[in-house]
Design a binder for this molecule. Structure first.
Ligand SMILES: [Zn+2]
Ligand SMILES: [Zn+2]
Length: 108
């Protein structure tokens, strides 16, 4: 499955730049990394953009599932672990510089 580029809703503290959500470690730990200087920082659920689940057509909520963040449908039991959707940290460089469309209304 192709990885998604999800940007944090919060600008980076260091450069006030967009922050890309990436997997920073094995086991599904995600961080938000500054797109200007690559500095990682912790991410909170409210920094993660809401995603629309196409089958249910309603925005999914960000919840902690098995100690990792996941998009969960408010209507049924669909769960998408965010670490399975976003690129690993080391893949990040490959994606850096791509022009990314607005992901606020991103659908799976
Ligand atoms: Zn920075
Ligand atoms: Zn659903």
């Amino acid at each position: 499955m192709a990885k998604s580029l999800l940007y944090s809703l919060q600008s980076s503290h260091c450069c006030a730049s967009r922050s890309l959500i990436v997997v920073s470690r094995e086991g599904g730990f995600i961080t938000q990394n500054c797109t200007s200087c690559d500095k990682p920082r912790a991410i909170r659920p409210e920094h993660i953009p809401s995603a629309l689940y196409t089958l249910c057509s309603i925005p999914m909520l960000v919840k902690v599932v098995n100690k990792n963040y996941a998009y969960t449908c408010q209507r049924c039991t669909n769960i998408h672990m965010i670490y399975q959707l976003v690129p690993a940290w080391e893949e990040y460089f490959k994606y850096n510089g791509f022009a990314i469309p607005n992901l606020d209304n991103y659908s799976f």
